[in-house]
Ligand binder design. Structure first.
Ligand code: 2M8
Length: 461
């Protein structure tokens, strides 16, 4: 066994509190979601994010599925109402009632009407986010109080989910690896992660970034958010895609950023299995979705696994090289239910190692970036803090590989850590792995939604 093998993991006793304390926490979490409901969807937070975000909506629907079938369905359906004609599901759906300038880049900057594929309807961004939605739709159906209504919901959403997955397969696999590329760090969901730094050293031509005013710094501490240099590059990439009319064929040929990311693809793989389950429920053929999930699974092992580091890494397909910084994305292939035992064991070993497990007693799991790397930053957005959504994804992934030595113990610790974090600091956006201090937005929706899912799942055994 390696020095970081499963035996290195000391499982602390995990105290999720009494049933009454858990019920109070669930009630509080549901209150956050209900206050963030805008009438047709849920905003991630009142301050920083006043529109609907794509993977946030999937997490939120999963939380709501336990107690509000109607809003859980509506959350997903309002998002898919903004799906583009080519199947692309945009990462932001703008609420026309929100004043212009409340979020940057807003609808006028993205100018989604320039895209041939943009349907007349709500203004959106022009890029996508991790495709968790089939998995969310399956959960919403599974917990529904009204099965007839839930079946009708699946019938409506199934073709849209198929179109979303077909878009990724058709337009986002230029290397033919069976994997989807992301074309902007915002598509990864982990925008400011150090793994993108090298790729983002792209040179921005003079005048390439128009003057703009960041709104995030009005609501958040600059020490928690991306730097100006990173933001300029994020904006430059948007300008590049927008000025190419969001044309996928031109985009792949000219994009300065094309990356196969393990988190995005592991989520796609898990969702392709969920889509197959939905097809079975509806009496359709699940085989194409299972085959696609199998291709993604093989693609991740063939193209993103590195025998030397014994980790999955993102691959820059313009240079062909792996981006070897170790980050939480390396652990996400646990979401693949078919991941062979040797890979599961390597990930579990990493989770128990000093890279992802703080040695300080009472610390919190799982930091979003390698603790021993020079880029680790305990408070800056996606460069080290703990996030409830990545914890939840790992908890789910470990649960489906619970037979692996050490997996069940770490899953229980992650669950305990998630609950301790929100008890200590409330429904914050991200948290300090050493102290549990909360950073970013308050009353953040996915933190609340995923604690509802975690506690209710545990309560129902
Ligand atoms: C963050 O991303 C947005 C851009 O999409 C931002 O920084 O303004 C990320 O944490 C992303 O994963 C999340 O979906 C979004 C809304 O919560 O915020």
């Amino acid at each position: 066994m390696s020095e970081h093998g499963p035996e290195a993991v000391a499982v602390e006793s995990v105290d999720l509190g009494t049933a009454a304390a858990r019920d109070r926490l669930i009630e509080d979490a549901e209150g956050v979601l209900d206050r963030n409901w805008t009438g047709g969807s849920t905003i991630p937070s009142r301050s920083l994010y006043p529109h609907q975000w794509s993977w946030d909506a999937a997490f939120i629907a999963i939380g709501r599925s336990w107690y509000d079938q109607q809003r859980a369905e509506q959350e997903l359906e309002s998002l898919f109402a903004a799906q583009w004609a080519n199947g692309m599901l945009p990462h932001i759906v703008f609420n026309p009632a929100v004043p212009p300038g409340a979020y940057f880049p807003g609808p006028e900057f993205w100018d989604s009407d320039r895209a041939a594929g943009h349907r007349k309807g709500p203004a959106t961004s022009g890029i996508t986010q991790p495709p968790l939605h089939a998995l969310a739709a399956r959960e919403v159906h599974r917990r529904a109080q009204d099965p007839v209504r839930a079946h009708a919901f699946l019938e409506r959403i199934y073709p849209k989910l198929v179109a979303q997955h077909d878009y990724l397969a058709r337009w986002r696999d230029p290397a033919g690896h069976g994997l989807a590329v992301i074309v902007h760090p915002w598509e990864s969901g982990m925008d400011n992660a150090p793994i993108w730094d090298d790729d983002l050293r792209l040179s921005v031509p003079p005048g390439g970034v128009p003057p703009y005013r960041r709104r995030d710094l009005v609501h958040a501490d600059p020490g928690d958010r991306p730097t100006k240099a990173a933001y300029d590059r994020f904006v430059y990439l948007v300008v590049t895609y927008r000025d190419n009319g969001y044309d996928d064929s031109r985009l792949l040929a000219s994009s300065p950023f094309l990356v196969e990311d393990p988190l995005f693809n592991a989520i796609w793989c898990a969702s392709a299995h969920a889509l197959a389950d939905i097809a079975e429920i509806l009496g359709r053929d699940p085989a194409p979705h299972r085959q696609r999930a199998g291709r993604i699974s093989v693609g991740m092992r063939q193209h993103l696994w590195d025998d030397r580091t014994r980790r999955f890494h993102a691959r820059d397909i313009r240079t062909g090289g792996l981006l070897r910084k170790s980050m939480i994305t390396s652990l996400m292939p646990l979401l693949d239910p078919m991941l062979p035992a040797a890979y599961v064991e390597a990930i579990v070993a990493d989770l128990g190692s000093p890279h992802f497990r703080p040695a300080e007693p009472g610390a919190f799991l799982v930091p979003s970036h390698d603790l021993v790397s020079p880029e680790f930053d305990r408070r800056r957005y996606w460069r080290g803090p703990v996030w409830i959504n990545t914890d939840w994804l790992l908890w789910r992934g470990l649960d489906q590989h619970a037979a692996a030595a050490g997996a069940a113990g770490i899953a229980a610790e992650i669950a305990g850590s998630m609950v301790r974090l929100v008890r200590r600091s409330g429904w914050r956006e991200y948290f300090d792995p050493f102290t549990g201090a909360g950073y970013g937005s308050a009353d953040f929706s996915w933190s609340a939604a995923l604690i509802v899912d975690l506690l209710r799942t545990i309560a129902t055994g």
